[in-house]
Design a binder for this molecule. Structure first.
Ligand SMILES: *Cc1c(COP(=O)(O)O)cnc(C)c1O
Length: 368
């Protein structure tokens, strides 16, 4: 077998020559940032591609999340999931908001709507669910609860580029959605992110907040931050957008291959999709069940020994990191499902340039 390392993901990069005209244009006009022509074009093209009303680009997904919370003036307590990348809860702490962790659904691995109401207190102002692995949350139930209790909903949609339901992009749901264009995501601009918002008025507020709160030369209306995406990242996004359908198609083939092979394999559960019309095949999570010939840690080490670098997304749970661990909602008793899944989950390599031979190697190692 080949000795070449196989990682859980590898960023897609178009041919470098294709990027040169974009760079020449930037060098020509000398606009490097602050909403230049590349930035404006990417916002427009992403709105069209994704089918959403308004998009505000950011320098990364975390600053987009922070700003989304600021834009809606969220305070107090926010209900969220422990089963995510740590930036989800960090965005709350950075805003002085207390995260309240609620357990996940054992099938979708997204926040369990049945458990949200019990976590609501007079301090609760919002829910921050995550479309984990690009699988949509139970959007209707979450909105129903939010409406009943007068809460805002901000989706951490970092994984959800290009995912649709019957009505279109899942990014249109909630009050706001934040997405990431980090190197490891389905659509990347090296670093980058965005807030998807329903109307122009909200977008103007977000635009102010991402540029220090500046409105004009003599007016600053809010303690904003520097969240702007540069022209070089935006230009790269414009080029990536030309390739993204092809890369998602290749991810789909890899996903189908894995699913077919593991369908009958005892001890391996493939995490199912959760009702999306278009998936993005961002991750390929499996659960290593107790009846498998080795446990998750052993399989992880075994693959690594053979140069296959799978990842334990999401282990440890966010609620197990030191800055969250002491909170009442972070206890193991409050989060039995999340703790079980974190113990069993393993994400397998999936990315556009993964070859059939490389995928076959991963499969053979797991089949034994
Ligand atoms: C990647 C990611 C983020 C952070 O996005 P960055 O662009 O890396 O700042 C936030 N939440 C989730 C769930 C992520 O996977």
């Amino acid at each position: 077998m080949s000795k070449k390392n196989i990682y859980v993901t590898q960023p897609y990069l178009p041919d470098l020559n294709e990027f040169m005209p974009y760079l020449e244009s930037i060098w020509e006009n000398k606009i490097l940032t602050n909403g230049g022509p590349m930035h404006e074009s990417l916002e427009k093209e992403l709105c069209e591609y994704l089918g959403v009303n308004e998009i505000a680009l950011f320098n990364n997904g975390t600053i987009a999340l922070l700003t989304a919370l600021q834009a809606l003036r969220i305070t107090g307590e926010v209900i969220t999931t422990p089963y995510s990348f740590v930036a989800t809860a960090h965005s709350l702490l950075w805003n002085g908001i207390k995260p309240i962790f609620v357990d996940i659904d054992p099938v979708t691995l997204n926040i369990d709507p049945d458990k949200i109401e019990a976590a609501i207190t007079p301090q609760t102002t919002a829910i921050m669910p995550v479309h984990c692995y690009g699988n949509p949350c139970d959007i209707e139930r979450i909105q129903e609860i939010a409406d009943n209790y007068n809460l805002k909903v901000i989706y951490d949609a970092a994984h959800a580029f290009g995912v649709t339901d019957k009505g279109g992009s899942i990014l249109r749901h909630g009050d706001l959605s934040a997405i990431s264009f980090h190197a490891t995501k389905v659509f990347n601009t090296f670093e980058g992110g965005a807030i998807i918002c329903p109307d122009k008025k909200t977008k103007v507020r977000i635009n102010n907040l991402k540029n220090f709160g500046i409105v004009d030369e003599t007016t600053v209306v809010a303690p904003g931050i520097n969240g702007k995406m540069s022209e070089i990242n935006a230009a790269f996004g414009l080029l990536q957008l030309k390739h993204v359908d092809k890369t998602i198609q290749r991810r789909k083939e890899i996903d189908e291959n894995y699913r077919n092979v593991f369908a009958g394999l005892k001890g391996i559960t493939v995490v199912p999709q959760s009702g999306q019309v278009d998936a993005n095949y961002a991750y390929f999570p499996i659960l290593v069940e107790d009846e498998f010939r080795m446990n998750r840690e052993e399989l992880y080490d075994y693959l690594k020994k053979h140069n296959v670098y799978s990842r334990r997304y999401f282990y440890p749970l966010i609620s197990d990191f030191s800055m969250y661990k002491g909170m009442k909602s972070a206890s193991k008793e409050n989060l039995p499902v999340a703790n079980e899944i974190a113990r069993k989950v393993l994400c397998l390599p999936i990315y556009p340039n993964l070859t059939n031979e490389e995928q076959q190697k991963v499969i053979s190692l797991i089949l034994g």
